[in-house]
Design a protein around this ligand. Structure first.
Ligand code: ADP
Ligand code: MG
Length: 488
């Protein structure tokens, strides 16, 4: 008997395995460019952040920005990667209207960062390790604006010279979902480190998707590379489409051309852009204006000591320290601000209950409102106070949801809302006795049915008592008291 592995795609000629390697361009968080002092702020007027170096005026010399180097090292350390003590900047030669020098300064044979890894958080809570091939530094090119004039193209050099980290993965990914998880995890690590803001809409993180297909066990197939995909959703859609296109071509007897393609978000399809260029086409050679970059062990260790607690370590601590499930811990640590918020709510309280409220109620409500955690109308101390009210029996979990709703709308203190609306849980047995007696008297037929064996009716009685008390009765107490009454 053969089983169908879930990651495979069934085709006419048998099962297909998709092989994916990603190249992510991450803009380094830095006030100044990689080789000049020009500013990097997003959204500035075109050509207002361009130095003579960026515009490639003859005789101008690049000067390396030490902060960008530090950011690249930090990122390498965050990816548990080898930091190369010696790296070299090369010229990658090609002509393009928005590349005034006729070459891009990049790193080729000797990048600043070597092999590392990223652990993907799978939906079932397990981890899967994807190997990182390398990380190198390079400068961005300018931008051609084709939509400003009916017959002319304008050039904006604000981006020219901005520092990018190109982070290359091994072809270890097997599904579009894994690729999506990879980009999300990488973005999370970069944000924790403060080395890239990860803002895909503003182009701070762009992804080239290399995709090939093969029958399981065969050698790697020919890949295509879909360039500059700028959202996690599009990365997944581009890979999904490209894999199915390739399977279609191969199953109808064709061959895959190694080529560069473009993703069209409007149609969810990819189309050819150009045939794949090869490294030798670029005539790489060491930039004679820049010395090789030499790092000392002490400098690397100094940067290592400055690293924050990263998502994987935090997740482990949340699982062990707060006894959370791997899934809950994974959700909470994805963003540093969310993890901090949770820790403030959980401090000195039932951590599982706190996690529940943060993930299911707060995150749910924030998502629906399209608000980030920093803009939460409910402060961490106030959500903590709500958890306290549940823990000490002042309100039930059910009522707490209504209180939370009011908190989300007004930001108010939960105790004040409970008092004002008279929502205190009724744990007074006298009051509950009366309500229970009324319910039983009003449903004598059902009581008889229950006593003759229709156990399921118990829930009905509980519901009726809760209704009578406006949902405020202590549910545990109602259960106990009803059981006693009905068994007598
Ligand atoms: P280049 O620099 O020309 O794009 P690389 O060898 O550096 O080529 O590979 C770039 C990316 O392509 C890497 O992420 C790598 O994992 C991926 N890759 C290489 N071969 C394949 C393949 N057969 N199928 C899918 N991805 C691949
Ligand atoms: Mg490439």
């Amino acid at each position: 008997m053969t089983t169908h592995a879930p990651h495979l795609i069934r085709g006419e000629s048998g099962d297909w395995e998709v092989v994916i390697g990603l190249e992510v361009h991450a803009q380094v968080t830095s006030q100044a460019k990689l080789f000049s002092g020009a500013a990097t702020a997003f959204g500035a007027e075109p050509n207002t952040q361009v130095s003579l170096v960026d515009a490639a005026m003859p005789g101008m010399l690049p000067v390396i920005n030490g902060h960008c180097i530090e950011q690249a090292i930090k990122t390498g350390l965050g990816l548990k990667a080898q930091i190369n003590r010696r790296s070299v900047f090369d010229r990658k030669n090609y002509f393009y209207a928005d590349l005034p020098a006729g070459y891009q300064i990049s790193q080729y044979l000797q990048p600043i960062v070597g092999k590392g890894e990223i652990v993907l958080d799978l939906p079932d809570g397990r981890g899967r390790t994807i190997a990182i091939t390398r990380l190198h530094l390079e400068m961005d090119a300018g931008k051609s604006l084709h939509d400003q004039h009916p017959s002319q193209t304008y050039i904006d050099l604000n981006r020219a010279g901005v520092a990018l980290m190109e982070i290359v993965s091994e072809p270890d990914l097997r599904t579009a979902e894994e690729a999506g998880a990879y980009v999300r995890k990488l973005r999370s690590i970069l944000r924790y480190l403060g080395t890239c803001d990860g803002n895909m809409e503003e182009g701070s993180l762009r992804c080239d998707c290399n995709v090939s297909v093969r029958h399981p066990g065969e050698k790697l197939g020919t890949r295509t590379e879909t360039k500059n995909v700028n959202s996690v959703r599009f990365v997944m859609a581009a890979i999904e489409h490209e894999a199915r296109r390739q399977i279609g071509v191969l199953e109808s007897g064709g061959t895959i051309q190694q080529e560069t393609r473009l993703f069209d978000p409007a149609t969810g399809t990819t189309r050819p852009m150009r045939s794949k260029e090869h490294a030798h086409d670029y005539r790489y050679f060491p930039d004679p204006d820049l010395l090789p970059l030499e790092l000392s062990e002490a400098e690397i260790e100094r940067i290592r000591a400055s690293l924050p607690e990263l998502p994987d370590d935090k997740k482990k601590r949340f699982i062990e320290g707060y006894k959370l499930s791997a899934q809950d811990a994974g959700v909470l640590v994805a963003e540093q601000a969310a993890a901090n918020f949770f820790e403030a709510v959980a401090a000195g309280r039932d951590a599982k209950l706190a996690a529940n409220w943060v993930i299911n109620e707060l995150f749910g409500r924030l998502n629906a409102a399209g608000k980030p955690i920093d803009a939460s109308p409910v402060a961490a101390e106030r959500l903590g106070a709500l958890v306290d009210l549940i823990q000490d029996g002042t309100i039930s979990g059910r009522i707490a949801k209504d209180v939370f709703e009011t908190m989300f709308e007004t930001g108010r203190d939960p105790a004040a809302i409970v008092e004002e609306k008279g929502l205190r849980q009724v744990s007074d047995t006298g009051a509950l006795d009366a309500a229970i007696a009324e319910v039983l008297a009003g449903n004598a037929d059902k009581v008889a049915e229950f006593k003759s064996g229709k156990d399921k009716l118990f829930g009905f009685f509980v519901g009726q008592v809760m209704k009578k008390t406006g949902g405020k009765a202590n549910p545990g107490l109602v259960n106990d008291m009803l059981r006693k009454k009905l068994s007598s």
